[in-house]
Design a protein around this ligand. Structure first.
Ligand SMILES: [Zn+2]
Length: 254
């Protein structure tokens, strides 16, 4: 079990899980606890830390976090994702965003403090909603987003805007991207998505009204698919895939 934490009582040199981070790439290994590292928590008692390695060269075993999926267990992968986000936050907040003064890491919490204007910078999280929309005939809405690097279809998703509830974000995103109205929103589950610092919040919903009109910008193609004839789906790393698989199971039970 992983227990998150900020401070460790383990001494430098103690056995630990070290996530070396170079930008969006990582190298995970068991080794001695370094003197300077971001403590992340303990995995079955083993201290887990992140170490920023901006100068690590090529050929030193770093792999993209996405590609690490499947090479290590889901729990270690999640720890690596945590490490990437903590290091990125630390690097991105070396200077105060308000007055430009160099910041200092606080000793008692994960925050960088500005000694001049007292602004504190905490690790960033960008909440995003993702929704699987079903129609009364049992078909599911899947779409191809222009930002996808490969030709697969997935659920609709988008960032939550300031001042918006998660539910409002779902309604707005679906309306903006494909021009339909949905109802019967139900929470599914959530997933940290460290690319670079999102939290995906999954929902299911039903079509209330409207015809599909992909916006042509973000969404280049969208259609209603039956469980028996699905297009290429997103990888198993994603909550999108989990939403689709859960729907497929429900479809088979009917
Ligand atoms: Zn400042």
């Amino acid at each position: 079990m992983f227990e998150p934490g900020f401070l460790t009582s383990a001494a430098p040199g103690a056995p630990s899980l070290v996530v070396h981070v170079r930008g969006a790439t990582v190298r995970v290994e068991e080794g001695a606890l370094p003197y300077r590292a971001h403590f992340l928590g303990s995995l079955d008692g083993l201290p887990c830390v992140a170490v920023d390695e901006p100068d690590a060269g090529v050929g030193t075993g770093f792999v993209e976090l996405r590609r690490l999926w499947g090479q290590v267990g889901a729990q270690v992968w999640a720890i690596a994702g945590r490490a990437v986000q903590i290091v990125a936050w630390d690097v991105d907040h070396r200077f105060c965003g308000r007055c430009g003064t160099p910041t200092q890491a606080l000793a008692d919490q994960r925050a960088r403090h500005c000694p001049r204007c007292s602004l504190d910078a905490y690790p960033r999280l960008a909440p995003a909603v993702i929704v699987l929309v079903e129609r009364d005939d049992g078909r599911v809405l899947l779409a191809h987003n222009a930002s996808f690097s490969e030709p697969f279809f997935s659920c609709l998703a988008g960032f939550v805007e300031p001042g918006e509830t998660l539910e409002e974000a779902v309604h707005r995103e679906v309306r903006e991207e494909v021009g339909i109205e949905v109802c019967d929103l139900r929470y599914f589950r959530s997933q940290p998505w460290p690319f670079p610092h999102s939290l995906m919040i999954g929902f299911t919903a039903r079509l209330a009204s409207g015809e599909l009109r992909p916006d042509g910008q973000e969404i280049t193609e969208a259609a209603w698919f039956p469980a028996s004839d699905l297009p290429r789906l997103p990888g198993e790393i994603s909550i999108a895939r989990a939403l689709i698989e859960a729907w497929r199971e429900r479809s088979q039970e009917r």
